[in-house]
Design a protein around this ligand. Structure first.
Ligand code: HEM
Length: 416
C-alpha cells in the first residue's frame, strides 16, 4: 500500500508542493473524504474550499447570485493574511478583466473578448501554429531526442500569441522570454509578469499609432471603449489564461498517444483522430486542474456543505471530471467534462485552443518518426502549484524525418 500524501499543519490536504506534484489523485481522494467540497491548503498557510463533486461544481458555476468572481472579496487577502509576494497572487489578485468581474461589467468585458477572439481567422491560426511548430522542431530535429515541454509544447503557444497580438519581430523574443519567466512559478515569475505587462503597454501604444489586423488593435478599438488599463489587462488575461493550458493540453495529448500503443496505433491507422485523443486528455488531465475561483457573497450551503462568505472556493476541474458518482455511461465523446469550466466564465476560446493543440500535435507527429517517451511513468510529476496540471518535462527520442521533406525556413530556426 502506498503512503497517503502528508496533510498540512492545519490538517488539510495540500494542493501544492512536491507531494501534490507527484500524487495529485491521492490528494483529490483525501479531499473527497470531506464531501462535495473540502478545505485544502493552496500555498503555505493559505486555505481555500475546493469543489470535487461534478454536480456541486456545475451548480456553483451557474449560480451568479450567490457567488462572485471579484477577488477583492477575499477576506484573508484584504486582512493582510496572504503574503504580498505569494505565488498565488499572479492568478488570484484582482485585475480589471473578464476573469474577475460579474454581471454587467463582466458582460461588457466578455463581449469585447468574444468579439476579438471571433475575429481570429481559423485558417490563419492553423497556418501560424504549423509554422511556429516547424520552427521549433527545426531546432532539435538533428538531435534525435528532446524535452518536448521546454523545446516544443511550452513555446508553441507563446509564438502563436506573439503573432496574434501583432508583435513586431524584434519584440517576439522579448515576449517569449517574459512568458517563459511568467510561467516558471519560480522567483522570476513576478518579474516575468511585470515585463509582459510592460510589453503589452508598448504594443498598445504602437497599435494606437499603427493599427493592424491583430488582437491588440481589435481590443483597443472595440465598441466597449476600453481604457488602456482595461485593454492591457484583457490581453494579459487572454495570454495568461491561454499559454499554460495550451502547452499542457498539447503535452497530455501527445503523452496519451505515445504512452498508449493501442491508441497510437489507431491514430496511425486513421481509425482515431488526434481530436479524439485531445478530448480524452481533457477528461483525464484538464490543464486547469483547480481554478474558476469564486467567493460566496453571504454564508451559504452547496449540496449540503457549509460555504462561508469571502473565502476562495476553487472548482477542481480535475477531481470533478473523475468524480466516482458521474454516470458510467459518459465516454470521451461526451463534452460534459469541466476542462473548459461552465457558466458565464466558460472559456471563450475553445475552438481556437483546440485548433492550436490539434495542429501542433499533428505537425510534430508528421515530422518526427518513431517518437518514444524515455520515462514510462504513466503519471509524470507535475509542475508545482495548485492551478495547472502540466508535466514538468517530457523527454522523447525519435528518428529524423528525411530533411528534403522539412522546409528550409524551419531548419534555419526562428526569430524568437
Ligand atoms: C486547452 C486550452 C485551454 C483550456 C483548458 C482553458 C480552460 C479555461 C477555463 C477552465 C476557464 C475558466 C476560468 C475561470 O473561470 O476562472 C477559462 C477561461 C478563460 N480562457 Fe481558456 N482555456 C484554454 C485556452 C485558452 C486560450 C487559447 C485563450 C485565449 C485565446 C483563453 C482565454 C480565456 C479567457 C479570456 C478566459 C476568461 C473568461 C471569463 O472569465 O469570462 N483560453 N479557460
Amino acid at each position: 500500500m502506498t503512503t497517503p500524501p502528508p496533510l498540512s499543519r492545519s490538517g488539510c490536504p495540500m494542493l501544492h508542493g512536491a507531494s501534490f506534484a507527484t500524487s495529485p489523485k491521492a490528494v483529490y481522494e483525501q479531499l473527497r473524504l470531506q464531501g462535495p467540497v473540502g478545505w485544502a491548503e493552496i500555498a503555505p498557510d493559505v486555505h481555500a474550499l475546493v469543489v470535487t463533486q461534478h454536480r456541486a461544481a456545475v451548480t456553483l458555476l451557474n449560480d451568479t447570485r450567490t457567488y462572485s468572481k471579484d477577488s477583492r472579496l477575499w477576506a484573508a487577502l484584504a486582512n493582510g493574511q496572504v503574503p504580498q509576494d505569494s505565488p498565488l497572487l499572479g492568478m488570484m489578485a484582482w485585475r480589471p478583466s473578464v476573469l474577475y468581474t460579474d454581471e454587467e461589467e463582466h458582460a461588457r468585458l466578455r463581449r469585447a473578448m468574444d468579439d476579438c477572439i471571433a475575429r481570429i481567422d481559423p485558417h490563419q491560426l492553423r497556418e501560424i501554429t504549423r509554422r511556429s511548430a516547424l520552427t521549433l522542431i527545426g531546432r532539435f530535429i538533428g538531435q534525435g531526442h528532446a524535452d518536448l515541454m521546454s523545446a516544443f509544447a511550452d513555446v508553441v503557444p507563446m509564438l502563436v500569441f506573439a503573432e496574434l497580438l501583432g508583435c513586431p519581430q524584434e519584440m517576439t523574443g522579448r515576449m517569449v522570454r517574459a512568458c517563459q519567466d511568467l510561467i516558471s512559478a519560480g522567483p522570476q515569475a513576478v518579474q516575468g509578469a511585470a515585463d509582459f505587462a510592460g510589453l503589452l503597454f508598448e504594443l498598445i501604444q504602437l497599435r494606437r499609432q499603427h493599427p493592424g489586423q491583430d488582437l491588440t488593435t481589435w481590443m483597443i478599438n472595440h465598441a466597449a471603449a476600453l481604457n488602456d488599463n482595461e485593454a492591457l489587462n484583457q490581453l494579459f488575461c487572454a495570454v495568461g489564461a491561454g499559454i499554460i493550458p495550451v502547452a499542457a493540453c498539447t503535452a497530455w495529448t501527445l503523452h496519451l498517444l505515445l504512452q498508449d500503443d493501442d491508441y497510437a496505433g489507431k491514430v496511425a491507422a486513421g481509425t482515431l483522430t488526434v481530436r479524439r485523443a485531445l478530448e480524452r486528455a481533457l477528461w483525464e488531465r484538464p490543464p486547469m486542474a483547480n481554478f474558476s475561483v469564486h467567493y460566496a457573497r453571504v454564508n451559504t450551503h452547496l449540496q449540503g456543505a457549509p460555504i462561508p462568505a469571502n473565502v476562495p472556493v476553487l472548482i477542481s476541474h480535475a477531481a470533478a471530471n473523475t468524480d466516482p458518482t458521474l454516470s458510467r455511461g459518459l465516454d470521451y465523446t461526451s463534452r460534459a467534462h469541466l476542462a473548459w469550466s461552465a457558466g458565464p466564465h466558460r472559456c471563450p476560446a475553445i475552438s481556437q485552443a483546440t485548433t492550436i493543440v490539434q495542429t501542433a500535435v499533428e505537425t510534430i507527429l508528421d515530422q518526427l518518426w518513431d517518437m518514444a517517451l524515455t520515462d514510462e511513468n504513466p503519471d509524470p510529476p507535475l509542475r508545482h502549484g495548485p492551478f495547472h496540471q502540466c508535466p514538468q518535462t517530457m523527454h522523447v527520442t525519435f528518428r529524423r524525418k528525411s530533411p528534403d521533406r522539412i522546409p528550409a525556413t524551419a531548419l534555419a530556426g526562428g526569430t524568437a
